[in-house]
Design a protein around this ligand. Sequence first.
Ligand code: COA
Length: 532
Amino acid sequence: MTVLASALDVGGADFAAHREAMLAKLDDLDAEHAKALAGGGEKYVQRHRKRGKLLARERIELLLDPDTPFLELSPLAAWGSDYTVGASLVTGIGVVEGVECLITANDPTVRGGASNPWSLKKALRANEIAYANQLPCISLVESGGADLPSQKEIFIPGGAIFRDITRLSAAGIPTIAVVFGNSTAGGAYVPGMSDHVIMVKERAKVFLGGPPLVKMATGEESDDESLGGAEMHARTSGLADHFAVDEQDAIRQARRVVARLNHRKAYADPQVAEPPKYDPEELLGIVPGDLKIPFDPREVIARIVDVSDFDEFKPLYGASLVTGWASLHGYPVGILANAQGVLFSEESQKAAQFIQLANQRDIPLLFLHNTTGYMVGKEYEQGGIIKHGAMMINAVSNSRVPHLSVLMGASYGAGHYGMCGRAYDPRFLFAWPSAKSAVMGPQQLAGVLSIVARQSAAAKGQPYDDDADAALRAMVEQQIESESLPMFLSGRLYDDGVIDPRDTRTVLGLCLSAIHTAPYEGARGGFGIFRM
Ligand code: COA
């Protein structure tokens, strides 16, 4: 075994400062997570309870096997927008009757559970995760349908929700809808497209048009129950397979449905693995508050992999990227982690080779980001940095083993791409509160804009206003800085959540377990042309 040595001085001033900076960021993060938990706020929560209904997260908790974790995804969706943090929808992975399932639950306390553009993005992301990992989908439905004022953003793309449900079904991935309340108009197609449907007595309302709309359209007088009640759908239309007398009964029946799915994982669970040799608490003190200061990612690896055991690949070559093999909760992983921030030609080629090796051996890859991007400058351009970076991006793009990405620190420029950023379809991508991601650093970006503006003025023979330039630079820097922060990016669904560094091993373990529900095979060839 090759247990990593640690040089982290846990009693030192640097560690204490880094830890303090991280804890402050975690406090801010907690405050934002609390907003998602609060849903529509006290008034709407109380009203919901007075109606004798369970909250979205309470429904999920009852659905899950006792004492099993729930990996909530995208809890900060809609952060920084006009909509409530969490986007009126809860999504995540949890275990029901021993089966890992993708669970979604509308939050009816937020604008009647209506879907806004961020709820839609979040729901589509959940479907993507279910599809890639072959996780049965359970929808806990109670929604006012489309958020009507934002219909232009959601009506046309929103059709993908119903398309996804049936495509999941076609791929043999079970879909279950449990209807607790309103599920009308377009929303009626959630139970309509699902494999299994459970409806709650006198609560479920599933119709294409409610009584007022029917009156307008045809003049017919009707009521909710006869148009779309659970009893009608269970006895008459046949849309409901199961009639539940109350919410608890619906959840019990959903668990029975899952128990009978005969859904089997592609891989047996690995044996219980030994934890790292170092305390995960220490993960708080590794990343400096100032990302310009480099840190050794081996210190992170040592605190997340089994027994801190890591076999490094090409340690002496391309030292700014650490590559090597480990296991995490018993699952083999290949790790690529940035060390000094910049990616040079050597690092890029090393990464491409390493990714090919992982594909030959069917080993999932974990990308730990702290990169300012590929090296610029005459020497490096002449040395072929573009073609070498392209090699790495080619390898990442065409790799077929599952990828996991964690943004620990910087994730700038094409380095974000080469390290399997969001657009490169990692199965899961999480950020630490210390992460920052943008096309480049704020100062560099503001500086580039300033140089371009100065040159443009010179070309036109116009004077350049240095004071205005300084003000513009400061403003741009501030804007880019705020747009590169994890809560902003998470709000836009550019990750699956911002996590406490101490939870990294647990979160990745849950992801790896979910990933191993579906079979995978690395690419044996099929990469694009590697420019040599
Ligand atoms: N779009 C935007 N806002 C919506 C909404 C929707 N689809 N549905 C509900 N809301 C808002 C309400 O205006 C209300 O806002 P307010 O408290 O600021 O006045 C809040 O959400 C709660 O709605 P309320 O009607 O008080 O809640 P309820 O629990 O009694 O009823 C519904 C919930 C969903 C049954 C009811 O609001 C409804 O029928 N909404 C319209 C459903 C619809 O036709 N959707 C179109 C489908 S494509």
